[in-house]
Design a protein around this ligand. Structure first.
Ligand SMILES: [Zn+2]
Length: 431
């Protein structure tokens, strides 16, 4: 078995090494070998291809954006970077990039490109077609660029710029090596392209919350395309994903960061009087989507006879009971041991249901006056079209649990802060 090529059954792609979770969470973590869809030989130095190119500028004084940069300035600082750059990451003789060691300075560029490409691949799969860039009017390609002096990562008009942080002591940790952050920014790009930008008089607070939620869901579902992340989640829970959000004593369990964010208990009434940060306002919607993922997974376990209807009934009866966690975990421990691969398949099925439902639903949304309730309606429509309404109860129940459709969030209470995306270069469209 050891000589089996894990990719031999797919059309050959270009190989990269990616860290599915920030490397500093576990210094012994190994990068995972992935293939992006571009055939070997089509990704050049940088890396670069026809959709995006990576540069590591030298002497770049500030981030791209709309700031006034002096007298006579147009007020815009946009790609392409014209100045000096560090040496690009180079492909090996077969066109792959997995030969670059994480200690090599060129690894950062390869990781940034590989992460962005991998994320786009997954979501173009869910959309069933290419996703055009929202800035295509002015630029053919996305510039992936690194700016170590910036403690932020953002996507804007023609660029995805990543900085880094020194908040963990003196050591600089580049966001280009944080898969979740890069995938989240590509998520924003997907929403700008597929949902669009509302007119200023018709922008709802929920539009901003929706954007953050969607970007987190893009990162979450893309993470679940790494074998090591799926293994980690299943081994830690023995397939009992309800432990991730229903039992706080498991909160410190070693699971993917995106799952920790998504498995929340936030409800919309927390924002009935208003909101200040769209990342917080996003939580009820993200939580509803995560619970849908877990419930669909549960359905797939039932269909595959991996759990019994009696187990399902017991789960319903014991909910809220102090013994719930232990009783259910014991049952999952037994069942999971019998067929771990079956549990894995059920999780991948649930992942792909949610991914393609989200893609279809997002493509239906209008950015003007966007509401979480409208997102739920779109999901129900997609479900009706695809399965005849098989998941209607799950979708509607989880939206109601988050008080979506029952409560309308109040106004924005403070002007957008520095970390707000809504007032940033992301939404800037040159005239
Ligand atoms: Zn964001």
């Amino acid at each position: 078995m050891e000589d089996v090529d894990p990719f031999e059954e797919e059309a050959p792609g270009t190989r990269f090494l990616l860290f599915p979770q920030p490397q500093f969470l576990d210094e012994f973590q190994l990068p995972e070998l992935v293939e992006v869809s571009s055939p070997p030989g089509t990704v050049g130095p940088g890396p670069s291809n026809e959709r995006m190119y990576t540069v590591y500028p030298v002497g770049k004084l500030g981030p791209y954006g709309v700031e006034d940069i002096g007298p006579g300035s147009s007020g815009r600082f946009l790609p392409p970077w014209q100045g000096k750059t560090l040496a690009p990451a180079l492909p090996d003789e077969n066109g792959h990039f997995d030969h670059i060691d994480p200690a090599d300075p060129a690894f950062e560029a390869a990781h940034l490109f590989g992460s962005a490409h991998f994320t786009l691949d997954v979501w173009e799969g869910y959309f069933g077609r290419p996703i055009p860039w929202h800035f295509r009017r002015d630029f053919d390609r996305l510039e992936l660029t690194m700016l170590p002096t910036m403690d932020n990562a953002l996507i804007g008009w023609g660029f995805l710029e990543t900085g880094g942080t020194t908040e963990y002591g003196d050591e600089y940790r580049p966001y280009s090596l944080n898969f979740d952050i890069v995938a989240h920014e590509i998520g924003h790009a997907i929403i700008y392209s597929e949902v669009g930008i509302p007119s200023p008089e018709n922008v709802s607070g929920e539009y901003y919350g929706f954007h953050e939620s969607a970007a987190d869901l893009v990162a979450l579902l893309t993470s679940l395309h790494f074998g090591s992340v799926v293994d980690d989640v299943l081994k830690n829970t023995h397939g009992n994903l309800y432990t991730l959000n229903k039992l706080s004593r498991f909160a410190e369990m070693s699971v993917n960061n995106q799952i920790r964010l998504a498995a929340n208990n936030s409800v919309l009434s927390e924002f009935a009087h208003g909101w200040t940060d769209e990342h917080d306002l996003a939580q009820p919607l993200t939580g509803a989507m995560f619970d849908i993922l877990v419930d669909v997974y549960h359905e797939r376990l039932l269909v595959r006879n991996l759990i019994s209807p009696e187990m399902e009934d017991l789960s319903d009866q014991l909910e809220g009971h102090p013994e719930y966690g232990e009783v259910m975990q014991t049952l999952f421990d037994e069942r999971y041991a019998l067929d771990p691969d079956g549990f894995r398949l059920a999780l991948l099925e649930a992942r792909d249901y949610l991914g393609s439902y989200l893609a279809d639903a997002w493509a239906m949304l209008d950015p003007d006056m966007l509401s979480y309730y409208g997102v739920g309606q779109a999901l129900e429509e997609v479900d009706q079209a695809i399965t005849g309404g098989q998941f209607l109860r799950i979708i509607r129940g989880n939206f109601e649990m988050r008080e979506i459709g029952l409560i309308v969030p109040g106004p924005r209470l403070e002007p957008p802060g520095a970390d707000s995306h809504s007032a940033s270069v992301r939404t800037f469209v040159p005239d």
